[in-house]
Design a protein around this ligand. Structure first.
Ligand code: CUA
Length: 225
């Protein structure tokens, strides 16, 4: 199934793909089964189309079993999905690992302003590096982000990082990711936010250690130090 998805460049991406795959196979198997049973009965009894269907009241446990047993089985599968996805939710949303730096992402119709902390790894200092629609991060390091919106709801979507988070006006939403391999990846808006929604896109540039230092040096307001 992974070959249908964008290339994974995230430390937790494989875990998210795993949950998607689990849901795909469970729901897929049920879909095939239910449609199969439906088709079987439709074909098997279609010659009796003129007969009225019988109403079978479920007064006995046996009569109710036809509803209760599938319900219990489906509930069981739900619990399997729930257990698997809760672990991933905790990993991504609850147990946030420490990071050397926090990057601020400001969404606004129809641009992304990315404020990098610069060489001192502190936001709101003189060496902050602000870029329009381009985010720079080092590979193999945890990065925190704080996400803001200046107007409507947007959604910060890095498909290769398996990261999608709404940006909500009035709120600062924090999260993290770790890019595993250098490269340039898509950044898109995943929430319909107005006429320019489809043009609200940018890039995530993941550098190796050397490339990151080089970028810091060239982009820093003070020439880097
Ligand atoms: Cu911002 Cu769609």
């Amino acid at each position: 199934m992974n070959r249908w998805l964008p290339e994974n460049a995230s430390s937790y991406g494989a875990r998210i793909d795993g949950v998607m795959e689990l849901i795909f196979w469970i729901v897929g198997a049920w879909f095939v089964l239910v449609i199969g049973v439906l088709l079987f009965f439709a074909l098997r009894y279609h010659h009796r189309w003129h007969e009225r269907a019988a109403y079978v009241p479920a007064r006995t446990l046996r009569g109710m079993a036809i509803v209760l047993v599938p319900t219990a089985v489906i509930l069981l599968f739900d619990l399997v999905i729930e257990t698997a996805s809760t672990r991933v939710w905790d990993l991504v949303k609850i147990d946030i690992p420490p990071a050397a730096q926090t990057v601020r992402v400001i969404a606004k119709q129809y641009t992304w302003t990315i404020v990098h902390p610069g060489a001192d790894n502190q936001l709101d200092t003189a060496d902050d590096i602000s870029e329009l629609n381009v985010m720079h991060v080092p590979a193999g390091e945890v990065v925190h982000f704080e996400l803001l919106s200046e107007d409507v709801i947007h959604s910060f979507f890095l498909p290769n990082l398996r990261l999608k988070q709404d940006a909500v006006p009035g709120r600062t939403i924090r999260g993290w990711f770790e890019a595993t391999r250098p490269g340039t990846y898509q950044l898109v808006c995943a929430e319909l936010c107005g006429l320019g929604h489809t043009n609200m896109r940018g890039r995530l540039v993941v550098h190796d250690a050397e490339g990151y230092r080089a970028w810091l040096g060239s982009a820093s307001p003070a020439g880097g130090k």
